[in-house]
Design a protein around this ligand. Sequence first.
Ligand SMILES: [Zn+2]
Length: 492
Amino acid sequence: MELYKENQLKIYNSLSKTKEDFKPITDGYVGMYVCGPTVYSNAHLGNVRTFMFFDVVYRYLLHLGYKVRYVRNITDAGHLENEDDESEDKIAKKARLEKIEPMEVVQKYTVDFHNVLKNYNFLPPSIEPTATGHIIEQIEMIKEIIEKGFAYEVNGSVYFDVLEYNKKGNYGILSGRKVEDLIHNTRALDGQSDKKNPQDFALWKKADERHIMRWPSPWSDGFPGWHLECSVMSTKYLGEQFDIHGGGLDLKFPHHECEIAQSQTCSGVKPVNYWMHTNMLLLNSQKMAKSTGNFILPNEILSGENNILPKAFSASVVRFFNMQANYRSILDFSGEALEASEKGHAKLMEAVSYIAKIDAGNTSTFDVQKWKTACYAAMNDDFNTPILISNLFDVVKVINQIKEGKASLTSDDLEDVKQTLNAFVFDVLGLMNENAQDNSGKVNGVVELLIKLRKEARENKDWALSDQIRDELIDLGIQLKDGKEGTTFSIN
Ligand SMILES: [Zn+2]
C-alpha cells in the first residue's frame, strides 16, 4: 500500500492562512508548479533556499508514493525591472550592459543555475518550460482575456484591467491587499503611462527599436509581461486547476496575485488549491545585497572563495542547515550557524554509517514504531523538517548507546531503523554522505593514475612493471580492461 494512504499530509495554505488537509484533485497524483529563476544573473542564495525547500516537498511526495508532475519554469524574457511602464526587461538590460545577445545571457545563467542545483543535489523537475518557448500560448491567452473584457490595448501594449476584474473577482485574495489601497499607494500616473489605472499590469509590451527580444503579435512587435508566462505554463502542463503552487514570499504580490487574476479570468475557476510560500534568507542578520558587500554566491560557499564565511562548507551541510529551519521562518545564514550544523551533520552521518555494522540483539530497548510515527508526523505537519531532524537525532542517540553496549535492537527493529533513517536522510532531505563519496572519487583518481603509469611503462617496453600494476590491482579487486578507446576498470 502506498504510504500516502496512511499519512494525512497537512499544508499551510497561504490563501486560507491555515493548515489544511492535503487532498489532491486526482487521487494518487500531484501537480506542483514553482516559479523558477529569471536567468539574468548568477543563482541567488535566497532563491536556492526556496528551490531547496520545494525539492524536499517533491522528494517527500515521491516518498509517500504520489505520482508527481513538478513544473518549474525558467523566465528568459519579460521580467521587467519594476512595474513601471518605462521599465526595462532584466535580461535585455544585462545584454545591453554586457554587449552580448540576450540569449547569451539566458544561456550563461541557465547553465549556472543548473550547475548550482546539481552541486546541491536537487532532483530535476519533471518539466522545465521557458517563457520564450511559449510565446504563441501567451498571445492566445491575451486574446482570450481581451475577448472576455478584462484587458485593453493602448499603443501596441496590452494591460490587464484590475478594476474591471475586481467587480466580480477578488484581486487581493492571496496577498490581502485591497484594490482601493493600491490606488493610493501607487505613484500617480505620469503623462507617459498608457495604463488606465496604475494598478493595471502589462500582458504584452510593445518593444522599442533598441529592444532585441521581440515577437510579432496582433498588437505590436513586442514581448509578454512576466506574470503571464506562469499562468500559461501552469495551465498547459497541469491543467486549469492544480494542487500546489510554490514560490518565495516576495512573489506573493504582485506576481501570484496577477497569476490568479489571469488564470481565473480564462477558466472561471480558482487555479490553485494550495499556495505555499518560503520566507526570506538573511546573511549575518542582514538583507543580502551586492552593493553592500553582504553577499555570497551558492558555489562560493562550497569553494570557500568568499569574504563572508570562515571556511568552505559542503553542499550537504548547507542542505542540513537549511532544513534545520522551518520554511516559513526567516533563515539567518552565517559562518557560526553553519559550523554548528556541520557538527550535527557529521554526527548524523557517523550514525548512518555505523548502523550497517551493528549486530542485532535479543530485545529492543527503544520503541522503533513510535519513533517512526513521530518522523512521519513531523513531515506530515506542513513539512516540518526541523522537528524531523530532532527525531532523527533520537535514533542517533540510540545508535551511539548500542556502540557503548548500553542499548540493543532486534533484527526486525534494526532493519526498520536502517530503512527509515536512510529514507529520510538521503531520499527525503537529499543529504549526501560526503565521506563515502569523497573516498570513491579518490580511489577512482588513484586507479586512473596507475593506468597512466602502466601505459607509460608499456611505451617504455617495461612489461614487468606493466604486469605488476595489473596483477596487484587484481589482487585488490580492481580489474583493468584494455580496449580500442584506452584502458577502463571495474571495482568488485
Ligand atoms: Zn511565476
